[in-house]
Design a protein around this ligand. Sequence first.
Ligand code: CUA
Length: 335
Amino acid sequence: MGKFNLFPEQASTFAPEVDHLLYFLLAVATFFTVVIFFAIFYFAIKYRRRSASELPPAGHTGYTLEILWTVIPFGLTMVMFTWGASVFFNQSRPPADSIQIYAVGKQWMWKLEHREGLREINELHVPVGRPVRITMTSEDVIHSFFIPDFRTKQDVVPGKYSTVWFNASKTGKYHLFCAEYCGTNHSAMIGWVYVMEPADYETWLSGGAAEGSLADNGKTLFESLACSNCHKTDNTGRCPNLVGVFGSTVKLATGNTVKADEAYVRESILDPMAKVVAGYEPVMPTFQGLVTEDQILQLIEYVRSIGPKPTPGAAPVSPAPAEKQASPGTAPAKR
Ligand code: CUA
C-alpha cells in the first residue's frame, strides 16, 4: 500500500475491457468539454454586440454544419452503445465450463460455499485463469457483490438468484465489497478474494471437505425432509422423479414449459404451486420458513448431481474431476 492508484488493479479478463471502454468515454467527454468551453469564449468575443443599435442579420445555418453535428454525435453514441453492450453481454454470460460457487449475503457478511463442501465467510478462494460463476442470493436485504480489481459488480437480492462470473488473470489478494447500503454495518461487509495457482487451489479445496459436498448434504436433507417419499426415483411417486431433470425443459400443467435451473428448483421448494409439472397433482407443501437459503443451495446441488451428466469440459459434479480442468498453459493440477 502507500501507492496512490487512479484505477484499481486489472486482475480479471474483464478489467482491460471495462477500462478501455472507460478511457474511450473519458476521451470523448474531455474532447467535447474542451472544444465547447473554448468555443463559448471565442464566439462570445468574436460575435459580441459592438453598439446598442447593432442587430444580427437574419440568416440560416448551413445544412452541412447541421448534418455534421447530428451525424457525428450519433455515430459516437452508437459506438458507445455497441461497445458497452458487447462488454455487458460478455459479463452476463458465464461460460459453460465455469466453476460453480454460491454466495449468500446477510447483514453483514458474505457466506461463500463451494460445491465440494467448503464454506468461507468474507473470504473466497478461486484459481487463476479459470472462469468462476457465482450464484448469489440474500437472506435479508439487498446487498451488492463488488470486486473492483475484477471490474465486476452485481446486486444480491432476497428471494431470487443473481449471477456474476469472472476469470481472474493474476494471483493475489483482492478486495471484496458490499456495494449497496444495507444497514448499520454495511461498511464492514467486506472481505478478500484469494486468487491461487490451480495446483494450490486444488490443495486448498481438498483440505476441508469434512462436512461433505453440497450435493451430499442436499441428499441427506432431501431424505430428512421426506422429499424422497414422493419424489421417488422409480417414477411411482406422487411427485416427479427428479433424476435427469436439472437443466432440462419441464412441461407444466398449464401447457407452458420452464427450464429446470437454480431459480426453478428454488421456487418449487418455496412455492410449489407456482409451476406444477404436467401430469401431477398440486400436492406438494411449501417449505417456506422450513429451509434456509444455505439448505436450498444444498438441495439444488443434489438435484443437479442427479441431473444429466455434464458434457466434457463442463463444470464438475464432484471434486475429483476438477483436477484435470486446469486450463492449458497453467501448472498441471495432478498430484
Ligand atoms: Cu451488504 Cu452493504
